[in-house]
Design a protein around this ligand. Structure first.
Ligand code: NAD
Ligand code: GLY
Length: 363
């Protein structure tokens, strides 16, 4: 795929397109027909800015008379009230009005914070996601979940707030550190077991190309992931039901992230290991067979992701999982594979969960 592909998210008056292609950052047409405004604000970080900010500002400049910039410190540990306030400081300090368009240039951290800032500033201003990590292109920029972290729980303070557009420049993936590429592959792999086993076959057949950043392979992985996410979100924008399946691996994964302290493991690494744990729990509940668990574990390993969790103790895992947003009245809800290619959300006995944690963790 060398041209631009569009995946449509159908959400009534909140519908939008995801544009996917190489070189879109420099392509002025990618930025046409967005809401008009006297000013735009690009939110980015100190890692992404030296790589892409100048190019992006140049291509955005025909469309907005003034372009402000807010550069945040880099990292999950900065997904905080303080970073959010830095965005508001710029918006208010520059007297930005309620038509100002926010652009999130960066990975999932920048996308989630910027989206939440857009949801809050003057009770809502338009924003555009410009994801530059694989994880953000295949997942976090799509679907309108925005948030910051609280020390007690990840992504606990936030809003559903849809962007005007998502623009995925596949060229930006060439500068991603290898560990971040692997983290993004966890979210790509996720879509197979929950929705599309043919896609899981394709990922297995193309993992070498994906790790080598072959442009065609990355293009298909981003497009198919976005199609599946669009299909799910289009049915259940605010996660009343099916959208929860997108959290496959996340219940265990969030416990790893919170238990170790945010930022020690990458989100995608925690999700990769969490998918192995969730698959094992599915097996212990008789929903999938051992061959499926072995297949998924092998693929996650090949993607360069950990499949053995940190030995925090089952109690610590269970404690953090009770703070998960899917928990209901303190009962933990897991996304379980049943059968491969589809998923269900349900509880499981603590003792069984503890067995899985002990089996999957390294002392
Ligand atoms: P990230 O935003 O921290 O980016 C990873 C690293 O790569 C950072 O150091 C970043 O500066 C750097 N980077 C970004 N683009 C780069 C590029 N092109 N070249 C070189 N370096 C680059 O992490 P992430 O994995 O993109 O996102 C993780 C976040 O996304 C978590 O906070 C997670 O909770 C959130 N998330 C949200 C959703 C959602 O639906 N909103 C879904 C999944 C994950
Ligand atoms: N990443 C999970 C979701 O968007 O619902």
């Amino acid at each position: 795929m060398t041209h631009t592909e569009n995946v449509h998210i159908d959400l009534g008056e909140r519908s939008y397109d995801i544009a996917i292609g190489a070189g879109l950052l420099d392509n002025a047409s990618a930025w046409q027909d967005l809401p008009k405004a006297g000013a735009a604000l690009i939110v980015t970080n100190h890692t992404v800015a030296p790589l892409y900010l100048a190019r992006f500002q140049k291509s955005l400049s025909p469309h907005y008379p003034v372009i402000h910039v807010c550069k945040l410190p880099d990292g999950e540990s900065y997904k905080t009230w303080d970073s959010l306030n830095q965005i508001f400081d710029v918006l208010l300090g520059k007297a930005c009005d309620r038509k100002t368009v926010l652009f999130a240039l960066g990975g999932g951290v920048i996308g989630d914070i910027t989206g939440f800032a857009a949801a809050c500033y003057m009770r809502g201003v338009p924003f555009v996601q410009v994801p530059t990590t694989l994880l953000a292109q295949v997942d976090s920029s799509v679907g309108g979940k925005t948030a910051i972290n609280h020390p007690i729980g990840k992504n606990m303070i936030g809003a559903f707030y849809q962007p005007e557009r998502v623009v995925c420049d596949l060229g930006t993936l060439q500068t991603l550190p290898p560990r971040e590429l692997s983290a993004g592959l966890a979210e790509v792999i996720k879509y197979g077991p929950i929705a599309d086993m043919a896609f899981l076959d394709w990922i297995e057949q193309h993992m070498d190309e994906l790790l080598a950043r072959d442009p065609q392979a990355l293009a298909y992985a981003v497009k198919r992931s976005c199609e599946i996410k669009a299909w799910v979100v289009g049915q259940d924008e605010r996660e009343g039901g099916i959208r929860a399946i997108l959290n496959f691996g996340h219940t265990f994964g969030h416990a790893i992230e919170a238990g170790l302290g945010f930022g020690v493991w990458l989100h995608g690494e925690a999700v990769g290991c969490g998918m192995v744990m969730a698959a094992q729990l599915s097996e212990r509940l008789g929903l999938v067979d051992a061959a499926f668990v072995a297949r998924l574990t092998a693929l996650i390993t090949k993607a360069g992701l950990p499949v053995t969790g940190p030995a925090l103790g089952a109690d610590v895992y269970l404690h953090h999982m009770r703070v998960d947003k899917k928990a209901e009245a303190g009962d933990i809800r897991f996304v379980l594979i049943d059968p491969p290619g589809s998923a269900k959300v349900r509880g499981a006995p603590d003792a069984l969960v503890a067995e899985v944690v002990e089996a999957c963790c390294r002392a």
